[in-house]
Design a protein around this ligand. Sequence first.
Ligand code: HEC
Length: 220
Amino acid sequence: MRYSIAKALSLLIILSIWACGFSTEKRRPKRIQDTLEERVVKKVSEAEIINKTTQLGDSITQVVGAVFMSKISKEYARGGYEAAAKYCSMNAYPLTDSLADQYKVFLKRVSNKNRNPINTPSDIEKNILEAFEYSSERGDEIGANVQFIRPGDTILYNKPIKIPSKLCLNCHGTKNQISKEVQAILKKEYPNDKAINYEVGDLRGMWSLKFLKKEIVQKL
Ligand code: HEC
């Protein structure tokens, strides 16, 4: 007797859960149904993702590069290259944070001959930089390189940074081109500085931007 009551109860519970499941499905309001449909994963190809990342990376690095140049020139006009020195650091710009917010992009520059050791390339970046160096030595035109980091949901964008003008040589040129005052600052701030003896047109390093795949897909 006791057994059959328990059995009947559990059957009732199972039935009601089953019934509930169906009834909520049927009664789901239209608005919620719509949002669920919107959330269906967009079907986009890897080629589309790579194109979009290249586009975004190109425009971001162009803007940041131009901001760097204009800030360094302005600070130089104000107080010489000693004053300008700190503006060649990514950390000196709130722009980097706002880009990180807006595009969820992690932005840095790396170089084998770095001034600041935090700009040392990772293993994967080292390979790309080597390929850029090879092409640069041959005098080839080099564009951006975009690749998926697997496993994971990150996309890596790299673009060569060449020395565009003599302006850079005031801090990255030979001992004769860098003033004594700037040399003193560099020696104090960057005791392991390797970023000297460059000439206009040399490969200085590369941009390295990490995007989240889902952010790129959303922008397509
Ligand atoms: C007024 C001095 C000054 C000028 C001019 C200057 N730089 Fe720099 N550069 C620095 C300093 C200081 C650092 C180290 C920044 C840091 O701490 O991240 C640096 C770092 C860099 C880095 C990051 C890699 C590394 O060596 O750590 C790149 C790339 C770079 N500079 C490129 C350029 C280019 C290209 C120009 C010309 C458009 C230029 N710089 C002009 C002072 C300068």
